[in-house]
Design a binder for this molecule. Sequence first.
Ligand code: ZN
Length: 264
Amino acid sequence: MSVGEPVPMRLTILGSAAAFAGIGHNAAASVDGRLLLDCGAPVLTCLPQAGLDPLAIETVLLSHHHADHAFQLAMLLAGRWSTHPERDLPTVIGPRGTGAYVERLLRLAFGDRIATAILAARPRIEDWAGGDGAELSGYRVDAVRVEHTPDLEALAFRVERQGVRLGYSGDTTYCDGIRALAQRTDYLLCECTSMDGPEPTHLCRDEVLRLMAEAPGTRFILTHLTERRPVPGALLAADGLALPLARPGQPRSGRRQATLAEGQ
Ligand SMILES: [Zn+2]
């Protein structure tokens, strides 16, 4: 890649806070303004604030069916349907039951008449299991099963394009799925809910440090935060933070800001 060539992927954090932390929006991040990783932040506001267009969102990857990751999906779908009915609705990918979940969410959020009309526009909604994958919006997307709460299936995702592999943990405990994902990505947007002791359904700081030690070639960006306490060797996500993700080994280019691959 030559100097000045654009980086292959740009990650924009829209929400970096744990469900009830109150230090930012809930979980959502954009990949190149085209993909959403979860939809817990008020994306119809956050995307424009980050210089991104909600209409450009083609695919939403839902990690699991908790409100802090999914409730703003009703706004995204209804907003698209209401203001630009000529445009396709975003594709929604999530764990088993996502089709039924999105329908319930729309009916709860906007009532039967509007929900039925949105669903009549036939949004593409797919239930995935760990190991499923596809080409979506120009990206290779793969799902990994992770352990969050015992009553719900939860997925982590890997998004790959032009030699950059970005992982997203969703919510998870320290489990085989997240350990494997950490070692097969260049960047991992990883939850770190507790900066102190263990949490029964989430990762804590010590577990994240263990993941980092197991995957020394992976850059960690910590999100789903309860507090912003520094973690050595990792970057803390913040709402609105935009990160160009260079290919590993990609040389520094001209005046462009340093990227995570360059040691930032
Ligand atoms: Zn959560």
